[in-house]
Design a protein around this ligand. Structure first.
Ligand code: SF4
Ligand code: SF4
Length: 340
């Protein structure tokens, strides 16, 4: 079911949906970016359609609502444990196609990577639905076409494309269809817009031989990367976390356990008991991150983890490009193959 709405009609429809759902969407925060007078686009709860940033890719991913950077899981005393309360009222998250594909990766890790689901993820995941923001042009640094995440045909309640002051929605949910129909100017078939080419093309290697672990392609990252971890924290598919027990009392018997986001690029991530550390150089960490995103995950689950959103390239203070690194990896594998 597709509908065309005026700006006012779209606002009314969202207002009505807002009576049943919290709306979580990219919002332009003026002057709150990394530098003076620079905006940042990040997720927040919205109440009006006008608050939603529909034209620019968010700098940070939507995932904070599903996997907060710091989340208290439970409280403990000597005698008892109590799960932390969580707002699980229904929510609609506005995402672009690449990020909708990222949801599948998060679900894979938290719900289908081992014998049991992650209970804390499941309880929030069950309250979440998605609205798809169409893409009329490729974003900077994105390579969704290479990763086959440029188009989403399912997994959303409704899509939204703004064009010439009109809002075009493709609705896949009966409840939402009634609301949009009530405020629409007309109905017609609508397909969410998607891009078919990006400025950045990435050649993802089909196979990665073990010999590539020792390749010198990783060495430049030992020099250039400052292991700040930003690339991980903006990534919609990074799922690593660590645990922190915070004690309220000196005797350490009352406190809370928090799940806190972790980064495979920062010092300490591979520390183990006895003082060991598996990946000491930044080049080794880059190798781990890249191969996890475009090889190890695929070997385990059948598809790549990276969705090509390009946020890691956008945010790196050292101008390190993940996309370039994958292309270097592919070239090195082909070169090695030709030498054999
Ligand atoms: S954002 Fe750049 S400098 Fe920071 S850890 Fe990632 S690759 Fe290294
Ligand atoms: S690795 Fe980079 S391009 Fe791939 S999903 Fe993560 S942030 Fe996006």
């Amino acid at each position: 079911m597709g509908y065309v709405l005026s700006s006012e009609g779209f606002s009314k429809a969202l207002h009505e949906l807002g009576g049943s759902y919290r709306l979580y969407a990219p919002v332009r925060k003026e002057g709150e970016g990394r530098f003076t007078d620079v905006d940042v686009v990040r997720y927040d709860f919205v109440h009006e359609a006008g608050e939603i940033e529909l034209s620019t890719k968010s700098d940070y991913a939507f995932k904070e609502i599903l996997t907060p950077l710091s989340e208290t899981l439970f409280f403990f005393t000597e005698q008892s444990v109590k799960d932390a309360d969580k707002d699980t009222s229904p929510v609609i998250i506005f995402v672009r196609s690449c990020d909708l594909h990222a949801v599948k990766r998060l679900d894979q890790i938290y719900l289908a990577n081992g014998k049991a689901e992650d209970w804390f993820y499941r309880r929030i995941r069950d309250s979440v639905r998605f609205a798809l923001i169409g893409c009329s042009e490729s974003c900077e640094n994105g390579f969704c076409v290479s990763m086959k995440t440029n188009r989403a045909d399912e997994g959303y309640m409704f899509s939204v494309d703004e064009d010439g002051g009109k809002f075009y929605v493709d609705v896949k949910d009966d409840e939402a269809a009634k609301i949009f129909a009530a405020h629409a100017e007309s109905s017609q078939p609508v397909t969410a817009r998607y891009v078919t080419e990006n400025d950045t093309d990435v050649n993802v290697p089909e196979n990665v031989p073990n010999s590539i672990y020792k390749s010198d392609i990783w060495d430049e990252y030992t020099q250039r990367c400052i292991n700040c971890g930003r690339c991980n924290f903006v990534c919609p598919t990074c799922t690593c976390y660590t645990m922190q027990d915070v004690y309220y009392t000196d005797n350490g018997r009352v406190g809370e356990r928090r799940r806190v986001g972790a980064s495979c690029m920062v010092d300490g991530y591979t520390n183990v008991a006895g003082g060991g550390q598996y990946r000491k150089t930044n080049g080794e960490r880059m190798r781990f991150k890249v191969l996890h995103k475009v090889w190890d995950f695929r070997r385990r689950f059948g598809y790549d983890m990276c969705v090509g959103c390009g946020r890691c390239d956008d945010v790196c203070p050292e101008y390190i490009s993940f996309a370039n690194c994958v292309n270097k990896l592919d070239a090195a594998i082909k070169e090695a193959g030709n030498d054999e």
